[in-house]
Design a protein around this ligand. Structure first.
Ligand code: SPV
Ligand code: MG
Length: 669
């Protein structure tokens, strides 16, 4: 497509403003003239061929265009009789260069970007009109019938709309009109508008009316027009546009939407906090502070701010952007409540939501898939638990004892309040790992086998892993375990302060269990920390004092001693239904230690919500065995039903079709 800009005229109504140059060189803002603005917008619309008709002060105009140093190819065509003819003749002079789709505009037209974008994107030929502006007395009006412009001139009032000489013309429509223009000029009708020729076509050129409503699209005929248009531009240029980004990788799709948004005004980018990103998709690979820098360095971004929550409300009320830009993917689906809130906040102050089609380009999906694959790698997976703790304050982990349960923890999502809720991490429980193998939870399943379980899980998932290390075994063995777990990409090992034949804590004092001494256990922690090679791996000390009824004081003394020995976190356990002893422990521990993460396994004391635990000062909530306890009765019931009926038909209703189970399994890693 070529742009054709008509600049031959005298512009005499501008007075002294056009004494030394053509009207199009009049300044409309402190940094732009009518022409330089037109050229910038034409360029942004992807057009690089510009034909300019000249006449009055043609040398000044040509020099000016060249001085702008734009990556545009110019063709200047002088109308030698510009002072005796109208622009119909200028077009005629340029006809040999106009063998393409044409974006035709008068040289004194000032319009905003959206007007041009809409014209260029319009599927057929079109002329810009406004159904909302009053009909002007002396300027162009278009007669519009069934959406088509049938006549253009200053004399039409019936079925007419205010119209501006900005056309996007497809080659075939333009050819019909240009032939008529030639016919006019060759028969001496050169003092009329080019539209007089159009009016004789009787609809042979299919020009649609493109209604741009109140968007700026005005010609500048005199100093009064100039003042009005300059004021409108000032207002347009101070418009702010808001977008929020959760992405940690910027690809071409993001840049394309950023560019579109920048055309609407000064772009403010909200960078979604790590906590909010983690709550709706996954812990970002790149932390918030780094993501800020990424966006700050994109050319033309006006400001980068933090967006703490998924909800835009706080930032919209603070920055009051004129426009919010988003992909149209949130019109349906779980983000809908977030969008609804944006719409209502914008409505409260007259802002507007602009949605662009969401790019489903497979190359962006591939980038996403590659990022996910990276998340599974040991070095990337290991550090994420610590970062999540820092970002979210409270992290949840669900038990996984094989690849399939790992996939359930990885993929189960519940959509609530515009967010997607999922588990942050996986717990590789000694109880469930042993039970899955039909063995008691007495450190009988050896480390080699336990590591195999971890590998089964890591092969198909990406979430961080907390490993139940039982007692950690002998200190001399524990140091090897630490290194092996680091290599496997595990984020945290929890070891309990018991010794001898360990039994599961849920048996409490019903079985013989021996608590380790503070000295021995502290030495084990110290040795583990010393053996550790990666900086993010964590060793958590689990205190069994409440399970073994040794009292609160003992629990607290041990907790502080183990932190002193280097424990990165403390797990306090209880098998009481009543959460009060755990609450008391947290309160007393937090009175002295505000920072060390507290881990809980609320299997028995399960009435307290995650939010309540967070408020009290807990940091990791482990759901230690619920998946195993859900699968065993379901399997038993299926087995019994088949035995009762001597066939499988009755059992079918309680089973999931295998094709649904298979959906969980990744096709390729
Ligand atoms: C496990 O899941 O193996 C645990 C937690 O150690 S508990 O069973 O509550 O002791
Ligand atoms: Mg255990």
């Amino acid at each position: 497509m070529k742009a054709l800009i008509l600049n031959s005229g005298l512009g005499s109504r501008m007075g002294v403003l056009t004494s030394e140059h053509p009207k199009c060189m009049t300044e409309i803002s402190h940094h732009e003239t009518i022409l330089s603005r037109q050229l910038r917008l034409v360029m942004d619309a992807g057009i690089d061929e510009v034909v300019i008709t000249t006449g009055y002060c043609d040398g000044v105009l040509v020099d000016y265009c060249q001085s702008l140093d734009l990556p545009l190819h110019f063709t200047f065509v002088k109308n030698p009789v510009y002072d005796q003819t109208n622009y119909i003749y200028s077009i005629y002079c340029a006809r040999e260069y106009l063998d393409d789709d044409i974006l035709l505009m008068h040289g004194d037209l000032v319009f905003e970007q959206e007007v041009l974008d809409r014209a260029v994107a319009f599927p057929g030929s079109c002329m810009t009109v406004s159904s909302t502006l009053p009909l002007p007395e002396k300027d162009f009006k278009a007669v519009v019938k069934d959406g088509f412009v049938t006549k253009v001139g200053i004399e039409f009032y019936n079925e007419a709309m205010e119209a501006q000489a900005l056309y996007k013309l497809q080659k075939e429509d333009w050819k019909v009109w240009l032939n008529k223009i030639s016919e006019f000029c060759e028969t001496g009708r050169t003092k009329v508008y080019a539209e007089n020729a159009l009016n004789e076509l009787d609809g042979a050129a299919n020009i649609h009316a493109l209604d741009v409503g109140n968007l700026l699209c005005s010609e500048v005929d005199n100093p009064e027009d100039l003042a009005v248009v300059s004021a409108r531009l000032k207002e347009i240029e101070s418009r702010t546009v808001y977008m929020c980004f959760a992405s940690d990788i910027i690809h071409g799709g993001h840049i394309a939407i950023i560019k579109k948004a920048q055309k609407l005004g000064r772009l403010i980018i909200g960078v979604l906090s790590d906590e909010a990103v983690a709550s709706y998709k996954r812990m970002p690979l790149v932390p918030e502070s780094e993501r800020r820098v990424m966006f700050e360095n994109i050319a033309g971004v006006y400001k980068v701010v933090d967006q703490k929550k998924l909800s835009y409300k706080e930032n919209l009320e603070k920055y009051r952007p004129d426009i919010v830009v988003h992909g149209d993917d949130w019109v349906t689906g779980f983000q809908r409540p977030i969008r609804d809130e944006v719409v209502s906040v914008l409505a409260s102050y007259g802002g507007k939501l602009v949605e662009y089609p969401y790019s489903s380009d497979p190359k962006y999906a591939e980038i996403d898939a590659r990022t996910r694959a990276d998340l599974a790698m040991p070095d990337i997976r290991r550090g994420r638990l610590k970062r999540m703790l820092d970002a979210k304050g409270l992290v949840t982990a669900m038990e996984a004892h094989d690849g399939l349960t790992g996939l359930i923890v990885e993929k189960t999502v519940v959509y609530q309040d515009g967010g997607a809720h999922q588990f942050d991490a996986m717990w590789v429980s000694s109880l469930c790992d042993s039970t899955a193998k039909g063995k008691p939870d007495i450190e009988l399943v050896d480390m080699t086998s336990r590591f195999r379980t971890i590998e089964d899980i890591t092969e198909v998932t990406t979430k961080p892993i907390i490993f139940d290390g039982d007692t950690g075994g002998k200190t001399e063995h524990f140091v090897y375990t630490v290194r092996s777990l680091e290599r496997l990409g595990v984020s945290m090992v929890i070891i309990e302060d018991k010794t001898g034949l360990k039994k599961n804590s849920l048996f409490g004092t019903e079985v013989v269990q021996t608590q380790d001494s503070i000295e021995n256990f502290s030495a084990k922690i110290r040795a583990g920390k010393k053996a550790q090679r990666t900086k993010e791996f964590m060793i958590c000390a689990r205190i069994e004092s409440l399970i073994l009824e040794q009292g609160m004081e003992d629990a607290l003394t041990r907790a502080f001693a183990f932190v002193e020995a280097g424990a990165d976190a403390i797990m306090i356990h209880s098998r009481k239904k009543d959460p009060s002893e755990i609450e008391e422990f947290i309160e007393k521990f937090r009175a002295k230690d505000k920072a060390t993460p507290i881990v809980l396994v609320p299997t028995s004391f399960n009435s307290v919500t995650e939010e309540e635990w967070k408020e009290r000062g807990a940091n990791i909530i482990i759901y230690a065995n619920q998946l195993m306890r859900a699968e065993v009765p379901a399997m038993q019931k299926a087995a019994e039903t088949i035995l009762e009926h001597h066939r499988a038909e009755e059992c079918d209703a309680m089973l999931m079709p295998f094709k649904d189970i298979i959906r969980l399994i990744p096709e390729e890693m």
